[in-house]
Write a new protein. Structure first.
Length: 216
């Protein structure tokens, strides 16, 4: 290589090193103040937070707002610093994070809060069935997979002779605290009528199923 070319190449290399050295502290500083990407447990993505679950809740850059082993109260609420009570039962982890962030912004406590939630302990996911079945009572939903109304009725020993299986009702408490009533024709489901199969309902934690009695 020509000596002049060697000199120019050396000068260009030293210039890049100097520029890199100038910007390195700035890059490091940005990395320190940028919030980390929120990691959500893949198993909890579709899971809906339940009463008595224990949660750890942190707000990036706000250690005084971080809490651990926070139990979801029977009302579906948790109590947090500044924003007080907020409903999380019935929400997914991501939905609960967004709800808490909105509350901090709405109360003008934080401009751009970034909340992370971890489920430390899952509460037993139970449903109740009462009325005209052979064995009414409480049942635990499977940790993996689903249980439908028909599954629950069969697990409870089936319909009694006096049951009105065409009007089995589910009472479900929604995230806003209101109660939704669903009516399922379990009798047709058990008998295998194709038209009724599509209306079977997957149960959620704390659902209450009532099998009424026939009116003679």
């Amino acid at each position: 290589m020509h000596p002049l070319s060697q000199i120019l190449l050396l000068a260009w290399t030293l210039g890049l090193a100097a520029v890199g050295g100038f910007f390195s502290p700035l890059v490091a500083q940005v990395a320190q103040v940028s919030p980390p990407a929120r990691a959500v447990d893949p198993n909890a993505v579709a899971y809906r937070i339940s009463v008595s679950d224990k949660l750890s809740i942190s707000v990036f850059g706000e250690p005084e707002l971080t809490v651990g082993n926070k139990r979801v109260e029977g009302t579906g609420m948790i109590n947090l610093n500044l924003i007080q009570e907020i409903r999380v039962a019935g929400l997914t982890v991501r939905e609960a994070q967004n709800a808490i962030e909105t509350a901090y912004r709405g109360g003008r406590y934080l401009r751009t809060p970034q909340v992370s939630i971890n489920i430390d302990e899952y509460a037993p996911r139970v449903v109740h069935i009462h009325g005209k079945v052979i064995n009414p009572g409480q049942h635990i939903l499977p940790s993996e997979g689903q249980m439908t109304v028909k599954d629950l009725v069969l697990k409870a020993g089936g319909l009694s002779d006096t049951a009105k299986g065409s009007e089995v009702k589910i009472a479900r408490t929604l995230p806003d605290g209101t109660v939704k009533i669903l009516t399922i024709d379990v009798d047709s489901l058990i008998r295998g009528k194709d038209k009724a199969r599509a209306v079977d309902q997957v149960l959620e934690a704390n659902d209450s199923v009532h099998v009424p009695e026939k009116m003679f």
